[in-house]
Write a protein that binds this ligand. Structure first.
Ligand SMILES: [Zn+2]
Length: 313
C-alpha cells in the first residue's frame, strides 16, 4: 500500500513535471520564433561594433551616432577592452571594475546598445596576441559591417593600443586559420576611427560627420550613467572636481556643457558635404569618423547606405 501510494504520488509529480516541461518548451519555441521574426523583419539591418579602451570611451566618442543607428534598427554593440579598474582616485581593483560594469550596462540601456566589457586591467593594456584574438572573436561574433575604434596616436596608452589591436584585427577577421573556434567573416567590414585632436604624426581627417544634435540629450543622459567617471574621476584628474554641482539636475546640465565637443572647421566642411550648407550651419553637436585604410574602402554610395541619416546635397 505504501508502495502504491508513493508510486501514485510519484506518477502525479511526473505528470506535473511533464506538463511544466511541455509549457517550458512551448515558451522557448515562441521566444525563439519571435527572435527569428525580429531578425527577419530587419533583413538589411547593419551591424555596428564600437571598440574603446575603457567603459565610457565609445559612449563619449560615438554615443550620439550609436543612438541614431539604434533608432534605425541597427544592431549596435560597445566593447570596452579593459575593465576600467584603475580609473578612480580613491577606488580601484575588482570593486571599481564591478561598479564600472554596472555603469556601462546602464549606459548601454540608455543608448539602446549592447555593452561588453573585457576583463583586461585598465592602464596596463598591451597589444598582445591574446587580446588581439579576443577582439577578432568579438568582431566576428557580432558579424560586424562597421567597426569603430580609436586611432593609434593618443595621449593614453590604453587608447593607443586599442587602436593598434583593432588595426591588427582588421585583416585577420577574415582569415579562417586565426581563432578557428569562431567562423571568419565572409567580407571584411568598414573600419573607422573615432575623432581626436592629436596632430602628430598626422591630424584626424573627418571623412564622415554625423549631426547628433537630435540625440545629444540622450547622449548626455547615457553619459550620466558613468557616475564614477564623469562626476568623480575625470573632474578629479582634470582639476575641476570643485566645479561639479551636487544637485542631480545641475550636474547633468554641467555635464552637457563640459561634454560639448568643439566642431572644427574641417568637421563643419564635412557636414556641409553630406548634409548641404543650410543644415550643416544648424548643427550644434557632431561626431566625426575617419576611414581606416585596412578594411573595405567604402565608396560614397556605400557610406550613404551604411549611414542613412546622412542627407546628401
Ligand atoms: Zn578612455
Amino acid at each position: 500500500m505504501e508502495f502504491r501510494l508513493s508510486f501514485n504520488v510519484r506518477s502525479m509529480q511526473s505528470r506535473q513535471l511533464m506538463r511544466r516541461a511541455k509549457f517550458f518548451f512551448l515558451l522557448m519555441g515562441l521566444l525563439f520564433a519571435s527572435d527569428l521574426l525580429k531578425a527577419q523583419s530587419k533583413p538589411n539591418s547593419v551591424r555596428v561594433i564600437m571598440i574603446g579602451a575603457h567603459p565610457d570611451d565609445c559612449d563619449l566618442k560615438g554615443g550620439g551616432t550609436a543612438a541614431l543607428f539604434a533608432s534605425l534598427g541597427y544592431a549596435v554593440k560597445f566593447v570596452s577592452v579593459t575593465n576600467g579598474d584603475a580609473g578612480h582616485q580613491t577606488q580601484g581593483g575588482g570593486a571599481l571594475a564591478k561598479r564600472r560594469f554596472a555603469e556601462a550596462k546602464e549606459a548601454g540601456k540608455r543608448f539602446n546598445v549592447e555593452y561588453d566589457v573585457l576583463d583586461n586591467h585598465d592602464g596596463e593594456l598591451l597589444p598582445t596576441l591574446n587580446v588581439r584574438l579576443q577582439i577578432i572573436r568579438k568582431i566576428r561574433e557580432w558579424n560586424a559591417d562597421i567597426v569603430i575604434a580609436p586611432r593609434p596616436n593618443d595621449y593614453h596608452p590604453d587608447h593607443r593600443y586599442t587602436g593598434v589591436l583593432v588595426q591588427d584585427a582588421a585583416y585577420m577577421v577574415a582569415v579562417p586559420n586565426v581563432a578557428p573556434d569562431v567562423p571568419p567573416l565572409k567580407k571584411n567590414p568598414v573600419f573607422l576611427y573615432f575623432q581626436d585632436f592629436f596632430q602628430r604624426p598626422n591630424p584626424f581627417r573627418p571623412d564622415i560627420a554625423i549631426d547628433i544634435t537630435s540625440v545629444f540629450e540622450q547622449k548626455v543622459h547615457a553619459l550620466d550613467a558613468h557616475e564614477s567617471q564623469v562626476y568623480e574621476w575625470l573632474p578629479w584628474i582634470g582639476g575641476t572636481l570643485d566645479k561639479v554641482p551636487s544637485n542631480r539636475d545641475d550636474r547633468k546640465k554641467w555635464l552637457a556643457e563640459t561634454r560639448t565637443v568643439r566642431i572644427t572647421p574641417e568637421v563643419r566642411k564635412t557636414l556641409e558635404k553630406w548634409y548641404g550648407n543650410e543644415r550643416a550651419a544648424r548643427v550644434k553637436h557632431a561626431e566625426a569618423f575617419e576611414i581606416c585604410e585596412y578594411g573595405i574602402q567604402p565608396a560614397e554610395a556605400d557610406i550613404q547606405r551604411l549611414f542613412p541619416m546622412l542627407v546628401s546635397r
